[in-house]
Ligand binder design. Structure first.
Ligand code: GCB
Length: 592
């Protein structure tokens, strides 16, 4: 799916701004709220989560549907074109109504969807209504507890009434980040000519000093395809005709981590044209190495979240710019889009800034129900949707040079019923390979208690593991934690595959200090990393360290979370903790 751009053949209308918003009271659909202006609605900003925009418990804790509305008018000069309505992401499920009629529905909160509205728009003002559900269940990704109810109390008959009182519809996410919801990414209307370019697939390779770019252009309607490649000085460096072909860029400048170079493929088809940026670079796994442009690459970076004050999980471009700037300050080179695809705008920025990305689908929470007779993967009704999100992610991000690996899940249970887990994930691993014309490595991020039983993580191209020795296990005892970690690394060494740590960390209250490394203090967090890193440094098969987390982030309330998850090396407002300075020094001096 192409990103939205305005150019000489395409126009864009951005619907970002203040929309009308109202939580469903259970009668919204029945009373046709979609068909007329919402009564007693609030003014909320789009794109952003609705949860933190006003001081309302109901906004924070809502479970179910909510309604958004805005109006728009398409200028007369555009109506002879094909008109498309596109959503960057609506979390987690959307039903979209135009002038009272359902025009599209979408499941999944982190990927774009669009629908043509050419013949549905009125001459004058149009009423757009988006119903949004934040429910997570056994069939959604991320996964939630099916009933979304809270059980509290005893099974005893005497306490029946108390128990009943405590059961109510509520969010019950099975993941450690706040279940922010709403219209999270831009809503835009764009036009194309009636015959138009539908998709562009670019597959770069390197031969000697040259870049070799295979391409496929998908078009709708009649026309001739032309492709020209421009370098950063807008000089034509290659040209071709036809829907498929191969372009040679002589003495190509490579897209390198930390040193991005972007070419533009200018595709024309009849009256339509589209400029697709891309990089010439290769990615492959060889032996125990991860190679970018045939050179060993070592990941230095983070697991992150899209999470900030007021916006919640809504796209925040200033923050994206800030985060990349902080990564560069630290001499980091990469991050994983834990635990869902990030905005297209962030991916574009990473392309330009040379930041390397592990691109993850929203498959988090596939880790309970194993002792239930119907447990394990039989309990989750996610297989089909899991295939969809892998397909949609690859369709969206295939041309990004910043993407070097796909992650098909975070911390699923891969050990209690190892064969069942393998049977679930292996076809998804194969699917990702089959769909990606660049055939990037595919991984799954594991967190086994008993890694000896796991046959799924070792079947991936890169073994990615999350570890919390010293925090959740062997809490506070860094000496023993180091020994346990070392012991485990001896096991992984025998597997002879590239291996990286994709999460390790300790909750840390900014400003809490202690001379000795006591848990929760800034000194403990720094010491924790020193111990773990000293072990990572002993092994050549380790291809990266991505700590958890870049910054503190919001979670559900719970006794393990003091105002959210505090494992950031930055606070939520991006102030460094001691460990940030430690990593800056480590990565600046790193020879890997
Ligand atoms: C994990 C999860 C991550 C959590 C983290 C933690 O293993 O992947 O989502 O936030 O642990 O801090 O507990």
């Amino acid at each position: 799916m192409l990103y939205i751009k305005s150019n000489k053949s395409r126009a864009v209308i951005d619907l970002s701004g203040i929309w009308q918003f109202k939580l469903d009271d259970g009668t919204g659909f029945e009373n046709n709220w979609m068909a007329r202006p919402l009564e007693y609605a609030d003014n909320l900003y789009v794109p952003a989560s609705y949860n933190d925009q006003q001081e309302k418990l109901a906004y924070r804790d809502h479970c179910g549907w909510a309604f958004y509305q805005c109006t728009f008018t398409v200028p007369q000069m555009l109506v002879n074109n094909r008109v498309v309505l596109r959503f960057g992401a609506v979390t987690h499920e959307a039903r979209v109504y135009l002038n009272g009629l359902l025009i599209t529905e979408h499941k999944g909160g982190f990927l774009p969807f669009e629908t043509e509205i050419t013949n549905r728009i009125n001459d004058g003002e149009n009423l757009l209504c988006v119903a949004v559900s934040n429910r997570v269940s056994y069939s959604t990704l991320p996964v939630g507890n099916e009933h979304g109810t809270a059980f509290f109390g005893s099974e005893s008959k005497d306490l029946e009434s108390i128990r009943m009182l405590k059961i109510r519809d509520r969010n019950s996410p099975n993941f450690d980040f706040f279940n922010y919801a709403g219209i999270h990414r831009p809503v835009k209307i764009y036009t194309t000519p009636k015959s138009y370019i539908k998709d562009i697939v670019l597959t770069p390779d390197i031969e000697g000093a040259d870049g070799v770019v295979k391409y496929t252009i998908e078009c709708q309607g009649e026309g001739q395809v032309n492709v020209i490649i421009l370098d950063e000085n807008k000089r034509v460096v290659a040209e071709s005709k036809g829907k498929t072909g191969c372009l040679i860029i002589k003495d190509a400048k490579l897209w390198e981590p930390g040193n991005a170079y972007l070419y533009q493929a200018i595709v024309t088809f009849g009256d339509d044209c589209y400029e697709q940026e891309f990089g010439v670079r290769t990615v492959e796994v060889k032996g125990t190495q991860f190679l970018i442009n045939r050179k060993p690459f070592y990941f230095k970076g983070f697991g992150k979240h899209e999470d900030s004050d007021f916006y919640g999980r809504g796209m925040n471009q200033a923050l994206n710019v800030k985060d990349i700037s902080l990564m560069k300050w630290l001499h980091a080179n990469s991050f994983r889009t834990s635990h869902y695809p990030y905005s297209e705008e962030m991916m574009n920025l990473c392309d330009r800034e040379g930041i390397v990305v592990i691109d993850e689908v929203p498959a988090v929470g596939l880790n309970f129900g194993w002792n239930d007779p119907e447990g394990g993967y039989a309990k989750f009704k996610t297989t089909e949707h899991h295939r969809e999100v892998i397909q949609d992610l690859i369709e969206r991000d295939k041309n990004h040079p910043c993407v070097v690996m796909w992650s098909i899940a975070n911390e699923p249970d891969t050990e209690k019923q190892p064969q069942e887990a393998y049977n679930y994930f292996k076809p998804l691993y194969d699917l990702a390979h089959q769909l990606d014309s660049q055939n990037r490595p595919v991984t799954l991020v594991a967190c086994q208690n008993d890694y000896l039983r796991d046959i799924t993580a070792p079947a991936m191209d890169v073994i990615c593991v999350n570890r919390y020795y010293g925090w959740y296990e062997l809490s506070g005892d860094l000496e023993l934690a180091g020994e346990a970690f070392k012991n485990e690394m001896e096991y992984w060494q025998k597997i002879k595959k590239p291996w990286m740590i994709t999460e390790y960390g300790a909750d840390t209250i900014s400003g809490l200090h202690s001379v000795l490394p006591n848990m929760w203090s800034e000194e403990f967090q720094t010491e924790f990393y020193r111990v773990m890193n000293s072990i990572l440094d002993q092994y050549d098969f380790v291809v990266g360290e991505q700590l958890w987390n870049f910054a503190d982030f919001n979670t559900i309330q719970g006794m393990m979370r003091v105002g959210g998850n505090k494992k950031g090396i930055f606070t939520r407002d991006r102030k460094p903790k001691l460990a940030a300075h430690y990593f800056k020094d480590r990565w600046e001096k790193s020879q890997r």
